[in-house]
Write a protein that binds this ligand. Structure first.
Ligand SMILES: [Zn+2]
Ligand SMILES: [Zn+2]
Length: 172
């Protein structure tokens, strides 16, 4: 999938290759997590022949679905990622550069891994639906943003109840 032929660049028939394409993906796996892709990936940029080799520079845009890390509500996250680095042929050693490199095989560059990495790097580590999201009650799983916790209705060890609440309870 998403293979880009580097033949013309390698033979120096051309020195700049414009990239401008859209790719449809349903989901990708990031660190074992399935991430849904909600809109086509837009890839725009170029690969340029430089004296040190082929250099890729592009922008990847899409919208993904992720979850609030407190209440697990579904959220849409815009991904807008800039990617750049030299292309290095597989098994031809690596450049001693600090920059990112992208490995290609033969004459073609597989863009899939580049896309996955770009998204993975931009998926927020901790996503919150709002700064003061109350999250889920660890006891009953109630979404505290929209409902009352049900734990208090259940039998509970008296010692776990806040003394102030216990007093309140006596008044009821
Ligand atoms: Zn939330
Ligand atoms: Zn609860």
């Amino acid at each position: 999938m998403i293979n880009i032929s580097l033949e013309k660049l390698k033979s120096r028939e051309i020195n700049v290759m414009e990239l401008d394409f859209a790719e449809h993906l349903d989901h990708i796996s990031v660190d074992g997590r399935q991430i849904s892709i909600l809109s086509p990936l837009e890839i725009k940029g170029e690969i340029v022949n430089t004296t040190e080799g082929m250099y890729l520079e592009c922008n990847i845009k899409t919208t993904i679905e992720d979850f609030c890390s407190r209440c697990l509500k579904e959220m849409q996250v815009e991904i807008d990622s800039n990617v750049q680095g030299f292309l290095v042929e597989k098994d031809k050693g690596f450049l001693e550069a600090e920059e990112d490199i992208f490995v290609y095989h033969g004459d073609s560059l597989n863009f899939y891994k580049i896309i996955v990495d770009a998204i993975a790097l931009n998926v927020p580590q901790k996503l919150l639906c709002s700064e003061d999201c109350k999250g889920l009650c660890p006891g009953c799983g109630a979404d505290l943003n929209v409902e009352e916790c049900r734990c208090s209705e259940e039998e509970k060890d008296e010692r776990l109840i806040d003394p102030r609440l216990a007093k309140l309870k006596d008044l009821l």
